[in-house]
Write a protein that binds this ligand. Structure first.
Ligand SMILES: Nc1ncnc2c1ncn2[C@@H]1O[C@H](COP(=O)(O)OP(=O)(O)OP(=O)(O)O)[C@@H](O)[C@H]1O
Ligand SMILES: [Mg+2]
Length: 348
């Protein structure tokens, strides 16, 4: 499923434009099995992207250009993702029909679920039970404000690039997740991606990314905690967040912030309940994003929610070309790369 585009291609360049870091992953699709051939990342100046909105396009386009050129990527076509408040994902039911006939019906049906002007919306859908012969079919509906998609396309063209695909961020995460964790495609699983500004909570039910919610919390909040409460500088605070050692100054904040994430998680889980899924049955719990590296957070969230989280490794099962992680420490960046790799994995 993609909101826009997708053409046949041997190599796909996935570009995850985060508010803290821009990540790039190149996946070669020329043989039967996809292979990761390149990863790279570059920091974004603080406040250049705030709440998903690009405040300083010049800074961001320069960072993107710099990243591609230092990584030696000459391809102009890239895959990117959109997410946030201006996008909704919802499971709906409509009368069973052929996929080719479904678009107009679903577009009409979507009006009652989409809180924005349907004329200004990019729409996509997937029939979840195509092989069933029930009178009704389950459809996963995605609707994004057209502006959201257009802004992303403009940002790329201002960076000298072309958007080949505009994906949904939760689906890009899911895509990489599914390849590496096939065992999570059964039953109810949760994936919590803690980024710089946003934490995405995703529920996967029998392999379908059924529900996603964004929480307004990320490593930035932890940094501010340390800056305000422990008089650290921004750099020092960020180093503390990335450290694998225990940082005593951090411990108290980890507990409080993990509690905040847990509350958001439980609210999201309640929505799952209204969709008829027993959220108490979360069988597996995974974490990704830069925030998943904060010392103690996995344990804090796990004990608060009564689960045993696993930190995602996006190359757990994915083939990796020799030398890809020569200049970049896999252990340090693995959980941050899930979305970029998911975008690179998108096939025609
Ligand atoms: N190896 C690392 N290199 C750089 N930053 C790291 C590293 N490990 C953890 N971090 C922290 O993770 C943050 C970035 O995480 P991530 O890339 O998941 O967020 P993002 O995608 O930029 O943010 P968002 O999705 O919220 O816009 C950094 O701001 C930093 O605090
Ligand atoms: Mg991110």
């Amino acid at each position: 499923m993609a909101l826009f585009g997708l053409g046949g291609k041997k190599s796909r360049v996935g570009l995850d434009i985060g508010s803290g870091l821009i990540k790039l992953a190149v996946v070669d699709h020329s043989s039967g099995e996809p292979e990761l051939t390149k990863v790279a990342m570059t920091p974004v100046l603080a406040d250049a992207i705030v709440e998903g909105e690009v405040m300083d396009p010049g800074v961001v386009t320069e960072a993107i250009r710099g990243l591609l050129s230092s990584a030696g990527v000459k391809t102009k076509g890239v895959a990117v993702a959109v997410g946030g408040r201006d996008l909704i994902i919802r499971k709906i039911q409509v009368d069973r029909m052929k996929e080719s006939d479904a678009y107009d019906v679903i577009r009409w049906e979507a009006q009652q679920y989409v809180p924005f002007d349907i004329e200004a919306v990019e729409l996509d859908f997937q029939i979840l039970d195509p092989d069933s012969d029930g009178l009704q079919m389950d459809v996963l509906l995605v609707a994004a404000k057209r502006e959201l998609v257009e802004n992303k396309i403009t940002l790329l063209s201002d960076s000298g690039l072309k958007a080949e695909t505009v994906d949904v961020d939760a689906f890009a995460l899911h895509n990489a997740f599914a390849v590496n964790y096939p065992e999570a495609m059964e039953g109810v699983c949760a994936l919590v991606n803690i980024g710089n500004e946003t934490t995405n909570v995703n529920f996967v039910v029998d392999g379908v990314p059924l529900l996603t919610r964004d929480l307004n919390i990320g490593t930035r909040k932890f940094r501010e905690d340390l800056q305000r409460g422990k008089a650290m500088g921004a750099e020092e605070a960020d180093e503390a967040l990335r450290s694998t050692e225990q940082i005593p100054e951090l411990a108290g904040y980890v507990t409080t912030r993990a509690d905040e994430i847990a509350i958001g998680f439980e609210r999201a889980a309640a929505f799952l309940q209204t969709a008829g899924v027993d959220a108490g049955k979360v069988q597996r719990f995974y974490m990704s994003g830069g925030g998943a590296r904060i010392n103690g957070i996995v344990e804090a969230l796990g004990s608060r929610l009564g689960v045993s989280p696993e930190v995602v490794n996006p190359v757990q099962r994915l083939k990796v070309r020799e030398g890809v992680f020569d200049d970049i420490e896999l252990d340090e960046v693995a959980p941050l790369l899930l979305m970029a790799i998911g975008l690179g994995l998108r096939q025609a």
